[in-house]
Structure formats: C-alpha cells, structure tokens
Design a protein around this ligand. Structure first.
Ligand code: AHR
Length: 515
C-alpha cells in the first residue's frame, strides 16, 4: 500500500468507526418514510389570532394614518413586513371574548363618528372602534392572509351576524352592500372562514353544550354564501378536555358545520408564573403541558370520527399557546408577556403535534400575534422586536402545504424528579419540490441528543440545517438585545448510510432539510 493510499484508508476507517460508534451509542432513533405520506399539512395550521385586547390591535397593528410610525393607511409597516416573512396564512379576529361583545356596525364609517364602547373583558378600557371591518380586511390584504372572522352569539343577534356577512361579501344591490360602497369599498371581500361565537361555554354566554348546539344551528341557518363566497362555518368547540362538548356538538350539529374549534392554553411554570424568571421545574411542567396537546387532539378526533368518519369537519385549534404573568408594571388586563426560549420549545412541540394530526386538524391560531400572550412580535412605540416563537414559525414554514411524512421516533425520556416526558419530538414533510423538512425539538435543558436517522425511500445528496437555542433556558429578546435568541446554521448533521446522524444541542429546535 502506498503511503497516500494508507492515509486515505485510515481516514475512511476512522470515519466509518466514528459513524458506527455514534450509531451504536444513539439512544434515539428516527425513521422517516420519505416516499410515503398522503395527508397535506394545511398551511392554516400556521395561523394567528389577534384580538382587541391590550396592545395587540392598537399599537401592535394600528397606529393611525397620522402616526409618525411608518404605516400604510394606519397599519404599521414594520409589523406587516415581519409577518410577511413567516407567511401568516390566516388571521382570526376580533376575539376571543371580545367577539361576543363586539357590534360590527360600530366599527364602520368615518372614524371620528364611530361610537366608543368599554372593553369589559380586557382592562375595561375605552375602545374607539377605529380598527373595524375595513381596517381588518385591509390588514389581511397587506399581509396576503385569509381572514377568519368570529361573530357575536353571546350578546348579538342573528340579524346582526347575517348583515355582517352581507356587508362584506354581497356583490349585488342590497342595503348592506350599498352601505359598504358608501363607506368606500366597491367590491366585496372574500371572507371564507366565519366563527359562530367564541368560548360560548364561558365568556361567550355561559351556555351548556345542548343550548349552544341549538343556538349554533339557529345562527348558522342565516349565514349565507353570497356572490361565490362559499362560507366555511366554524362552531365554537371545547375548552381543553371537555370531551362532552365535542360529543354533543358533533351529535347535534356536525352536518351543519365545516369546522369545530378547540382551545388549549398550556399555562406557565409549576411555581413561577414569570415568563423569564423560572427554574427547571417550571420548564419541565410547561413542556409537559404543551405535550398534552397530543392527547387532547387525539381524544377530540376520536369523538369526531364517531360522528364524521369521512373527516369532513375540520378540528380548528383556534387558540393555543402559553399564558404567563404579565410583565411587571403593565396592565394585568392587557396580557403582555415576554417570550423566552421555553416559549420557542412550546411552539416547536405544539406545531409538530398539530402537523402530526393534519388528517383532522386543518387550522390552528396561536394566541396572539402582537404584544399579547405568546406573541411573535413585541412593540414599544416605534420599536419592534421578534420573539423566539417568531423564529420557530419562520423555521417551520416549509411544512406549510407539504405532505406529512410518517415518522417513528424512539427517544430517551427526559426525566425530572419522579416524572418523565419523551425527550424528543418531531414532524417531517415533503414539499412540492421534493425537499424533506424535519423539525426536531430536544426538550432536555442540559443534555444533547444523538439521533440516528433512517430515511426510507430517499437517498439525499445534501442536508442543511438551522438551530434555535441559547445559553440559558430563560434567554429572550429585548428592545436592547433584540437578537439574543435567533436561529443559526446547524452543522452537526451528516448523511450516513441509509439516513443521517445528528446531535441536537440541549433545549433546542432544529430544522433539517434534505435534498
Ligand atoms: O386569548 C385571550 C382569551 O383567552 C380569549 O379572549 C378567550 O377566547 C380565551 O379565554
């Protein structure tokens, strides 16, 4: 053997030995069936929710046409630009609890003439109605997003809801369409998604499921599809594990709905409710509650399957996310919270779970887009930052409308005190151009995870990766340090025989793309 051949042979053997050793050590194995898969991950799983609550709509989006903050027809430019980068597919508005107190006619016409109201749920502040139907639909057009409007059942009338639809979508001559034209909009908008009330078991009227099922049937009867705008009617669904609500609604009204909603807030830490000051117990507790989404969705799906085996009715998780204590010194009714690496893990885990259930879950809306709860954007007057949760939405956007790939993951547990959860969490998809996107979360705050991956039905030529992590689990972005948590290139992955080997850092969200 020549000296050169000997060196090449040694290098090859060393790398083979290293690969074999890593593979043997790997406690975590992931199989991705890259040539299978039939369900599409509906892009609407990456939807958002924005309510008239605190500084979400006002300040978050709406600054008014005369504001020194750069805006287009009163809507701030920086926020729209940032949201366009994560491709917001659908936006739910105006609530939330606010929806069942909102009277849409107060929010049309010349702004200076619009009546005010008290926002009784959220801080009892005066709402000036400057952001109404026209402004919301303008925002959706600027974002290139589908509107999802939630109507008022709790304190509204059938006539009011019926007229709202006519106002927005009727192309011909009618009292409401003519009123819309007088207010400056000639052509109707396309408004496909319409919710019939919000949390009608609670802030939306404290109804029993049977009572609401009857109300739903009555209201939806008068919601007409006009001028080619085929309405997609969404009934108010359960709070978390209220399986009886889903059973009754499906039994009584499934054939009259297109979607049934579900709300799941995964709360905050075990002891500390602070968004940025917490320990491992709080971290573990929060992630365990986020993982509960899997059981919740599975059980609601089982009930839906009983009444709708063809899966015609979508499960729409139209409020989800963390709920921490408000930032010190802010109005408790405004739900303004910071957002740390822990929130990013919650987002990563939740979106993976929702992807995995895309045979029935066809929309989800994180609560809420700007300045409220698990926001992707925070603003302070003219300043704007994006949160770790924003980066997860950006990293996951390749899953939108891609085909879910079946995966099998066998992962070491993350054990804390006497409890445990699976240490890793995954979803994978193949987009229209054939690129396979794999998003992995390592929940352990201190231990890296070696993963041996098998890619069945694909021999990738190339793999690239990105990672979101930080030196501490409480790391977050501030107006002084806006890039403390942001994605980096990820190089700890290599293609190996039949698949790949990777090493996920502790407390990380990783995106791998195979071509
Ligand atoms: O997102 C905040 C509130 O949480 C919503 O208004 C309500 O629907 C839910 O209880």
């Amino acid at each position: 053997m020549t000296y050169l051949k000997w060196i090449l042979f040694s290098l090859l053997s060393v790398s083979l030995v290293v690969c074999a050793a890593e593979a043997a050590d790997a406690q975590n194995r992931l199989i991705i069936n890259a040539d299978l898969g039939k369900e599409k991950i509906n892009r609407n799983i990456y939807g958002h929710f924005s309510e008239h609550l605190g500084r979400c709509v006002y300040e978050g989006y709406w600054v008014g046409e005369d504001s020194p903050i750069p805006n287009v027809r009163g809507i701030r430019k920086d926020v729209v630009e940032a949201l366009k980068k994560i491709q917001v597919p659908v936006l739910r508005w105006p609530g939330g609890c606010f929806a069942d107190e909102y009277h849409w006619m107060d929010g049309i016409g010349p702004r200076e003439k619009r009546p005010t109201m008290v926002n009784t749920h959220w801080g009892k502040v005066t709402e000036n109605n400057h952001f109404g139907t026209h402004e919301f639909l303008d925002l959706c057009e600027q974002l290139g997003t589908e509107p999802y409007i939630c109507g008022n059942v709790g304190s509204g009338t059938v006539q009011e809801m019926q007229q709202w639809i006519e106002y927005m979508t009727f192309d011909g001559v009618s009292p409401m369409a003519d009123l819309r034209r007088r207010n400056g909009r000639e052509k109707p908008w396309r408004v496909k998604y319409f919710g019939v009330g919000n949390e009608n078991w609670g802030c939306g009227g404290s109804m029993t499921p049977d009572y609401y099922a009857n109300e739903y049937k009555r209201f939806q009867t008068y919601l007409r599809s006009f001028s080619g705008n085929i309405l997609f009617k969404i009934a108010c669904g359960a709070n978390k594990a209220d399986y009886n609500w889903t059973e009754v609604l499906m039994r009584e009204a499934a054939r009259r709905m297109n979607g049934l909603s579900l709300h799941h807030y995964c709360g905050t830490g075990r002891k500390s409710r602070s968004a940025t000051s917490f320990d491992e117990g709080d971290w573990f507790f929060q992630l365990r509650n986020a993982l509960f989404m899997d059981e919740l969705v599975s059980r609601h799906k089982t009930l839906m399957d009983k009444y709708d085996p063809e899966k015609r009715v979508d499960l729409i998780v139209d409020e989800w996310g963390t709920w921490h204590a408000v930032e010190p010194g802010t109005n408790p009714g405004f739900l303004y919270q910071q957002n740390s690496l822990r929130d990013a893990l919650v987002a990563g885990v939740s979106l993976n779970i929702l992807n995995q259930h895309c045979d029935r879950v066809r929309m989800a809306n994180i609560a809420q887009t700007v300045n409220v709860l698990q926001a992707v954007i925070l603003t302070d007057k003219e300043k704007m930052i994006v949160t770790p949760t924003y980066h997860v939405f950006e990293m996951y956007k390749g899953h939108q409308d891609a085909v879910l790939l079946p995966t099998a993951l066998s992962a070491a547990d993350y054990v804390f005190e006497n409890e445990k959860v699976p240490g890793l969490n995954v979803s994978a998809s193949r987009d229209a151009s054939g690129v396979v996107h794999v998003t992995l979360c390592n929940l352990h705050p201190a231990q890296a995870a070696e993963v041996q991956g098998e890619l069945r039905g694909m021999s990738p030529r190339q793999v690239s990766g990105r990672v979101l992590t930080a030196d501490s689990m409480t790391a977050h972005n501030t107006f002084d340090q806006p890039d403390r948590v942001k994605p980096d290139d990820f190089r700890d992955v290599k293609i190996a025989a039949g698949g790949f080997l990777t090493r996920l850092p502790p407390k990380s969200v990783v995106l791998l793309e195979f071509r």
